[in-house]
Write a protein that binds this ligand. Sequence first.
Ligand code: ATP
Length: 376
Amino acid sequence: MIRIEAVTKRYPDGTVAVDRLSLEIPDRAITVLVGPSGCGKTTTLRMINRMVEPTEGSILLDGRDIRQQPVNTLRRSMGYVIQNAGLFQHRTILDNIATVPRLLGWTKQKARTRAAELMERVGLDTALAKRYPYQLSGGQQQRVGVARALAADPPVLLMDEPFSAVDPVVRKGLQDELLRIQDELGKTIVFVTHDIDEAIKLGTKVAVLRTGGRLAQFAPPAELLSAPADSFVEDFLGADRGIRRLSFFPSAELELQTAPIVAIDAGADQLASRATAPYLLVTDLDGRPLGWSEPDRLTAGAVDRDRLLDFGRPFVPGTDSLRTALDGAVLSPTGWAVAVDGEGRAVGVVSQQVIGEAIRAAHGRVAEQADVKAGR
Ligand SMILES: Nc1ncnc2c1ncn2[C@@H]1O[C@H](COP(=O)(O)OP(=O)(O)OP(=O)(O)O)[C@@H](O)[C@H]1O
């Protein structure tokens, strides 16, 4: 664990970049530092690998003050990724990634084998190995930056706005990749961003800093969204807080109905037995949804696919959140969401009303847990 204990950084010109900051950064999780420009995020990150020395306070790594070990040893235990990747322009991609292992005295062969392995791990085609950084896209360069930081397998990864310079689509890909890599490798990651959505998506815990380097709140994302500590955090979180919070509620417990699902070859008897449902979901012969119809518009053996109503975006119970389920229901003209399995086959349908009840129940559970935590 990294413990930041009452750390203050005052630059020589008197600027207080960080003001009595205390944080416990858990192992094998992603801790995000987020806040407006100039609030001391980068300074905090750089104090962890001693690129900047605190004016007051101390930082402990596994209980030991980081000043007690040689700075090079400390930095080798911490991969560092920055915006625009900071690659060596005159070295090939493979040699960029192999930099730290080479510094550690690995043979060229072993370092390159490791580098090639890492290219695959971060989703880079090994055909790019012999190129130079300028021959890659911004997103690919960022992946090289991550691979290089991981090369010597350090337990800690410090990431300073690593995905800020790429467009939103590439950025989403890089974020998903980081979460996947983190699932496999379980590093202790400290991630700096000024983008609250990125913080909420990636963070196991999120530290919101305010200008002057003071901590406004340190909590898991769901808690930030449900209980912002003050109006600064609330404003910083922005609009749609209620909807975004639904991303943290699972859809697995939604009560699904299967009776309104009929296959395209349903017979007259079956259609007649479902006639009381407001809408029926018609599927193909494999069970994949095709669209909704009012029951009296369906004729056995003669379903016109083109006349079916759109079924919105289906959700996968157990994988997707209540937000995705609600989105599916809102997108569908019938107001019903369609649940599918991993193969896209319909497993049930659920109305907006039932989703609404599930949301209220989930809110109730969170409030109860908060009461228990607060000893009320
Ligand atoms: N070397 C320095 N000398 C003096 N002031 C500095 C120095 N480096 C940073 N600062 C100031 O310290 C404050 C915090 O800077 P820092 O870079 O840590 O903020 P940040 O939250 O990372 O900002 P951004 O999101 O804009 O990168 C700012 O007011 C900045 O101007």
